[in-house]
Design a binder for this molecule. Structure first.
Ligand code: ADP
Ligand code: 5GP
Length: 188
């Protein structure tokens, strides 16, 4: 059976990864989404098994001990996120997969999947714009936003490890860039 390809989106929180992932899935139904596990509580309308598998910190740690993850990171203190082997292995036999992961997870997945993967870094125009976007999204507390923003400068230094960088200033332009990059990768 033909095996799928992998497109990995990484960036600081608020850069626009989710927006671009949802757009790409609408444009190209050949993609499935890798639903990650997390130890943070659901936000807004998020649903278990759709946006994430929501586990308690203890459940998450038990799954780490049982070697259930392709990769996982403690992205913020006490907040674990990871890619479950059980989730992606079967999925990749049948379709292309999109990942929305933090910058270290992006590097791990690129190493794991190699040439089969395209690692895209989404870059917001500035840290101030990142903060404004997170505030504008309206689903994250100011305390949580500041935690995310204070990590963003460090995370931006990971852009150099990506295959491609998409600057998400004007969203329509970012979408056009994304489609061109992904189409080329799928045809390689
Ligand atoms: P991430 O998944 O990287 O945390 P999101 O996709 O949730 O980021 O985007 C953060 C917020 O910024 C959302 O409210 C989204 O609608 C908005 N947004 C995304 N891209 C742009 C853009 N180019 N211009 C203005 N707002 C944007
Ligand atoms: P959020 O809480 O905003 O949904 O996600 C916070 C960060 O965790 C984002 O950068 C997101 O990409 C990242 N993330 C989500 N799932 C995973 C995963 O499975 N592995 C890793 N390493 N990071 C993830």
């Amino acid at each position: 059976m033909k095996k799928g390809k992998v497109v990995i989106f990484s960036a600081p929180s608020g850069s626009g990864k989710s927006t671009l992932v949802h757009f790409l899935m609408k444009q190209d139904p050949s993609f499935g989404f890798s639903v990650s596990a997390t130890s943070r509580p659901p936000r807004g309308e998020e649903k278990h098994g759709v946006d994430y598998y929501f586990f308690t910190p203890d459940e998450f740690r038990a799954r780490i001990a049982a070697d259930e993850f392709v990769e996982y990171e403690e992205v913020y203190p006490g907040r674990f996120y990871g890619t479950l082997k059980s989730q992606v292995e079967h999925q990749l036999e049948q379709q292309n997969i999109l990942f929305d992961v933090d910058v270290k997870g992006g590097c791990s997945l690129k190493r794991y999947y190699g040439e089969r993967a395209l690692f895209i870094f989404v870059q917001a125009p500035s840290i101030d714009v990142l903060r404004e976007r997170l505030i504008g999204r309206g689903d994250t507390s100011m305390e949580e936003i500041e935690k995310r923003v204070s990590k963003a400068e460090y995370e931006m230094t990971f852009a150099k490890f990506a295959d491609r960088v998409i600057v998400n200033d004007n969203l329509d332009k970012a979408k056009l860039d994304l489609m061109a990059i992904v189409e080329k990768f799928l045809n390689e």
